[in-house]
Design a protein around this ligand. Structure first.
Ligand code: GLP
Length: 242
């Protein structure tokens, strides 16, 4: 893990955007894995600004980590909606080329298997953007998820539903299940870039970086990732010992 810590979030975002830009310039049709959530939103906005200034992002192939079960692609809190609004439309990418899980499929287990297969058909993810949940989850791999896990349907813990309730009209509206890339799937991404900001992430970040690699902290599996950059602000890095 290469760790970058800084007090200036916008500088961390610029560095992350530089990494995406470098990838696009060498491989215009690279497979970029999008993490949803609030942490990477400024990164997508920065890339949108660069696209408006002439950086061509339109050939990127886009996939993502996860999706709520039961939400339609038009639901404002579905991850497919997020990706359409923050990535596909502003970057000029044809939405029909994106590989995203069908959370509202009649058979979510089949949709999960199909999602994993379609990523494999693309030859895997070249650069995966990641966030981390306050309980150490990555994608929707909750504590206890096997490091070998593949894309599947999962149940969301009460703490994750509570953490994400801010996006919904109350916790009862938050779905109880999701389709999530497995930890094993995420570890196969060729390169990864994690963004974590704020005090609420400090404990999870310390366990991810310095704790034993254990399914109790799904993000600690990233210690085994062959090529990962972690960008932290001072608050998120506050519980690191070094
Ligand atoms: C969500 C998503 C994750 C995301 C995490 C952190 O539950 N499933 O993919 O990384 O929470 O989100 P945020 O960046 O909003 O804190």
């Amino acid at each position: 893990m290469r760790i970058t810590i800084g007090s200036d979030r916008s500088r961390l975002i610029t560095q992350a955007a530089d990494a995406v830009e470098e990838l696009v310039r060498t491989t215009p049709d690279a497979v970029l894995g999008i993490a949803t959530g609030s942490s990477p939103e400024p990164l997508y906005a920065e890339l949108t600004t660069r696209a408006e200034r002439g950086l061509d992002l339109s050939h990127l192939r886009i996939t993502c980590l996860d999706e709520y079960v039961g939400l339609s692609a038009d639901h404002p809190q579905s991850y497919r909606h997020y990706i359409r609004e923050h990535v596909l439309l502003p970057w000029g990418i044809d939405p029909s080329t994106a590989v995203l899980p069908e959370g509202d499929a009649a058979d979510p287990d089949a949709a999960a298997a199909d999602f994993e297969q379609r990523i494999r058909d693309w030859g895997g993810v070249d650069l995966q953007i990641l966030g981390v949940g306050p309980n150490g989850h990555i994608a929707f791999n909750e504590p206890g998820s096997s490091f070998d896990s593949r894309t599947r349907t999962v149940s969301l813990t009460p703490s994750t539903r509570a953490a994400n309730a801010r996006f919904f009209d109350g916790i009862d509206e938050v779905p109880t299940r999701a389709i999530s890339q497995g930890i094993g799937t995420i570890l196969e991404s060729k390169r990864a870039l994690m963004l974590a900001f704020g005090t609420a992430k400090a404990e999870a970040v310390a366990a991810m970086v310095e704790g034993p690699a254990s399914p109790e902290v799904p993000a600690s599996a990233l210690q085994r990732h062959p090529d990962i950059d972690v960008h932290l602000d001072d608050e998120a890095a506050a519980q690191l010992s070094a």
